[in-house]
Design a binder for this molecule. Structure first.
Ligand SMILES: Cc1cc2nc3c(=O)[nH]c(=O)nc-3n(C[C@H](O)[C@H](O)[C@H](O)COP(=O)(O)OP(=O)(O)OC[C@H]3O[C@@H](n4cnc5c(N)ncnc54)[C@H](O)[C@@H]3O)c2cc1C
Length: 407
């Protein structure tokens, strides 16, 4: 289906940038480039749902203050239903050996908040609204959904992307935001390193008895990380969202349970910290991998978002990392002279160089935490618990931790 925001009947569309994938990251890339007056075509194999429903979405994200600021700067925040956004003022991290959590507070890092929790549907809706608004203000944006890609020819001169509906897009740059199984990445033969955590994450929402006090709580134990994220604390509803990462076998057990049994298990695991829990909605699950593309660029192509890197959700960083890819691309594009070719190799090399350290840091943070907490070695566990205990006391270490997850 072609919603053209700028409808075109011709078989070939010309663009500066073609973005493949209209997930959160691809949508934000289309907006960022349209705001820089680039001609943008956005393509997706599926048809998106662009509705904000009353029921709470089980897919929620922890977004950093820097991500929120950037989404404001590109006009997305104006369309967010802020009554459904909850601040995180503190994080309480529990291990399985002590009652007292490691407490990270916004004031430890002189921040007004550590982040926010926002639903997938709220964010998606806002991104689509901003894309439409840009088009209404004469930005050159064409959106083609429900149309798989068929072939890709990326040469030194140009990108030619052919779609299953017979259309061709000729562009200077292709931005691949087509997710973890990226079709584009396969076409350009970029391989990945992949780590199977042998874990599945279950997400679900619960009404709770006690106020969550805007605290994100997380329990770490071997092959088991449970996050209780603050979603809403109104007179009508006190709501939290869980992300429970467990071994594949344990996930199968939890997924076979009734809502009541699941609530009972969450209550036990969290030592009843928020009182009685009532499960609301569904409980979707996600198999967890860490996957990193060996290169972020090829001739006239840049990989962004999960197409470039997928990480464990325990640090709540995946989509933040993807948005930072877009921030980087847009910032480099802003510095280009208007006549400069946006798909040339010097531009792409700058992008790749600038993004490597952030991606390595996030990969290391999440996979080392998983390794440390899963370790069977008593020496490793002793060291970890010693480190955890010391971290509780040291403000400087806390500040460092906060910098990793909240900026
Ligand atoms: C349980 C869980 C909890 C998480 N929590 C957080 C969190 O709290 N904070 C955070 O920052 N991150 C979190 N993440 C990570 C976050 O969900 C992902 O990083 C993010 O959704 C990736 O977005 P994306 O746009 O790159 O890819 P996707 O959302 O996968 O979008 C890819 C798009 O490409 C399209 N597509 C696919 N193939 C093709 C093709 N051949 N042609 C055209 N289009 C195609 C798809 O239809 C889709 O629209 C979590 C992940 C999980 C699993």
């Amino acid at each position: 289906m072609m919603h053209s925001f700028s409808q075109s009947l011709s078989k070939t569309l010309e663009a500066d940038v073609v973005v493949v994938g209209s997930g959160l990251v691809g949508l934000s890339a289309a907006i960022a480039f349209a705001k820089l007056d680039k001609r943008v075509v956005l393509v997706d194999a599926k048809n998106p749902t662009i509705k904000l429903k009353k029921v709470w979405d089980e897919r929620v994200y922890a977004l950093t203050p820097a991500t929120e600021t950037w989404l404001k700067s590109i006009g997305v925040w104006a369309y967010i239903d802020t009554s459904r956004v909850n601040p995180i003022n503190a994080m309480h991290l529990f291990d399985d050996a002590s009652e007292q959590p490691l407490v990270l507070r916004d004031e430890d890092a002189n921040l007004p908040k550590l982040g926010i929790i926002v639903e997938n549907q709220n964010l998606m809706y806002a991104l689509w609204q901003q894309l439409k608004a840009l088009e209404a203000n004469n930005a050159a944006v064409t959106v083609i959904t429900d149309t798989p890609c068929q072939s890709l020819d990326n040469t030194q001169q140009q990108i030619v992307l052919s779609l299953a509906n017979g259309k061709k897009i000729v562009a200077k740059l292709l931005v691949a935001a087509d997710g973890v199984d990226s079709w584009v990445r396969k076409q350009i033969n970029i391989s990945v390193t992949k780590k199977d955590f042998k874990q599945t994450a279950i997400v679900a929402n619960f009404l709770v008895e006690k106020s969550h006090q805007n605290i994100a709580r997380q329990w770490f134990s071997p092959h088991n990380v449970l996050a209780l994220l603050p979603l809403c604390d109104s007179v009508k509803a006190k709501l939290v969202s869980i992300v429970w990462s467990v071994s594949t076998d344990r996930a199968a057990e939890l997924l076979a349970m009734s809502g009541e049994e699941l609530a009972h298990n969450v209550h036990e695991h969290t030592h009843g910290i928020l009182g009685e829990l009532t499960h609301v909605g569904n409980a979707p699950s996600f198999v967890l991998h860490q996957q990193t593309a060996l290169q972020l660029i090829a001739e006239r192509v840049a990989l962004i978002g999960d197409a470039a890197h997928q990480i464990h959700p325990m640090a709540g960083q995946g989509v933040n990392l993807g948005f930072r890819d877009v921030m980087q691309l847009a910032s480099l594009a802003t510095k280009l002279h208007s006549m400069h070719d946006i798909g040339d190799s010097s531009f792409l090399r700058q992008y790749e160089r600038a993004r490597k350290a952030d991606i390595v840091t996030m990969n290391t943070l999440t996979s080392s935490l998983d390794w440390l907490f899963a370790s069977e070695s008593s020496m490793v566990r002793k060291m970890m618990l010693w480190g955890f205990g010391n971290m509780k006391k040291k403000t400087s270490v806390k500040k460092l931790l906060i910098q990793q997850v909240a900026t």
